[in-house]
Design a protein. Structure first.
Length: 230
C-alpha cells in the first residue's frame, strides 16, 4: 500500500487515520487491523508529515487502520444503545462515542452526517472507538423498527410532550436513546417511533445544550436509574 497517500486523504472507504501516541496504542491493543504505524522522526520528518496532512502536526505517532466490518443490530450487548439519526460535527460524534463507552452504553448507531472514522471524531473518542461497536445504519427507519421489537426507544426532545427522565415509567426492556442534531432535533417521523420523549430541565432561559453534553447527562441518568430488565 502507498501509505503516504493515506496521510493525504486521511479517510477512504476502507481505511482511516489515527493520530497521537495514546490513540495509536489503543488501536494496536484493539481487534482493528493495523496497516501501518508511522513514527515521526523515523519513517518521515515532522515537516513531511505536516505537508502530507495539510496542517502543522505536533504528535509523534500516526497509524493507518482498516475499517471494521459494519456491526449488525445483534452485535450490541448490555447497556443503553445510542442512536444518532443525523449528526454533523465529528467532534461531537467522537465525544458521544467516548461518553457511551464511559457510561456503560452498548454502542452507537449513526445515520446521516459525520463519519466515526473522521480524524477529528477519532481524536475526540480518545480511543473508545476501538472499544465499542459503532454501526453505520443503511436505513435508520428500518433499524428503529427492528429495535422497537425488543428495546424501549427514548428520544431526547424539546417537544411539549417530553418529560424529565425521572418522570417517565420504569423500563422493562433495554433502552435505545435517540439524539437529534442540535439545530432541529429529531424528525417527527423518528419521534413517532419513540415510546417516550425526554428533556433535560434547564435554567436561566437556556433552551438547549450541546448534543454531546446532553448524551452524557442522559446516559448517566439511564445508567443510574433503577430498571427491571427482562
Amino acid at each position: 500500500m502507498n501509505w503516504k497517500e493515506y496521510l493525504t486523504h486521511r479517510e477512504s472507504e476502507t481505511h482511516f487515520l489515527v493520530e497521537g501516541a495514546l490513540a495509536v496504542q489503543r488501536l494496536i491493543d484493539s481487534d482493528f487491523e493495523v496497516e501501518k504505524v508511522v513514527e515521526i522522526g523515523r519513517d518521515l520528518s515532522r515537516d513531511e508529515a505536516s505537508h502530507l496532512l495539510g496542517f502543522q502536526f505536533h504528535r509523534g505517532h500516526l497509524a493507518i487502520a482498516k475499517k471494521r466490518k459494519n456491526p449488525s443490530l445483534t452485535d450490541f450487548g448490555k447497556g443503553t444503545l445510542v442512536f444518532l439519526p443525523e449528526i454533523a460535527d465529528p467532534g461531537n460524534l467522537g465525544t458521544i462515542i467516548r461518553n457511551t463507552a464511559a457510561l456503560g452504553g452498548s454502542g452507537v448507531i449513526i445515520g446521516k452526517g459525520a463519519s466515526p472514522y473522521n480524524a477529528k471524531a477519532v481524536r475526540a473518542s480518545a480511543g473508545t472507538l476501538f472499544k465499542i461497536p459503532v454501526r453505520l445504519s443503511p436505513n435508520i427507519l428500518d433499524d428503529l423498527k427492528i429495535l422497537s421489537n425488543h428495546q424501549t426507544l427514548i428520544g431526547a426532545s424539546l417537544s411539549s410532550t417530553s418529560r424529565a427522565l425521572d418522570r417517565i415509567p420504569r423500563f422493562s426492556r433495554p433502552v435505545t436513546l435517540l439524539l437529534g442534531p442540535e439545530d432541529f432535533g429529531l424528525s417527527q417521523e423518528v419521534e413517532s417511533l419513540c415510546e417516550h420523549l425526554v428533556s433535560i430541565p434547564m435554567s436561566r432561559n437556556v433552551d438547549s445544550i450541546n448534543v454531546a453534553s446532553a448524551s452524557a447527562i442522559l446516559l448517566h441518568g439511564l445508567a443510574h436509574r433503577e430498571m427491571t430488565i427482562e
